[in-house]
Ligand binder design. Sequence first.
Ligand code: ZN
Length: 171
Amino acid sequence: MKGVFVLDAAALLSNWTQRNPESEFVTTQGILNELRNRPSRERAERLVLIGRMRVADSDPDSVRAVGLAASKLGDLQVLSDNDVSLLAIALSIQSAGRTVSVVSSDLSVLNTATTLGFGIVDLTSKMRHQITWVLRCPACGHNERQGSKESECPVCGTKLTRRHKKRKRIV
Ligand SMILES: [Zn+2]
C-alpha cells in the first residue's frame, strides 16, 4: 500500500503493522504512551528504531483545522487530545502533498478523517457512513448544530446528547 499511514493505539495494538511490512507509518508520542501492553509497545518502539515509523508533533494550525472539522460533524466532544493530534499530523502530511490514510478502530476518528479527505483503514470494518451529528437536549428538545467538548443546552443547561443528523454512505 502506498502513502503514509497514521496509526492510533488500536492499530499499534493489533498486528496490522506486521501485515503491511512495506508501508511507512507515523504516530504521536501520546499514542505510544497509551500502549500499556508490553509486546505492542516494544513492537512500536522497534518500528521507530528501524526507521519504519516516525513520531511526529502536531502543529497548532492543523490542530485548529481538525477541531473545526470535528466540531462541524459533532465529533469533537468524543475525540481525545491524542485523537485530535493524530488527525492534525495527517492533515499536515496531506498539506505537504502526500497521500495519507488514518488507521483506527475509533469511528469518530474515522468519521473526521473522511471529512478531511484522508483515506481510512477501519480496523473494525464498521465504518459505512460519514455521519453528521446533532446535539440534542434531552430535557427541552433544543438542537445544537455544533458542539464543543463541554456541550450544555444554552436554553436550560442540561448536558446535550448526540444523535445522527445526516448519514452519507462512503463504502
Ligand atoms: Zn435544554
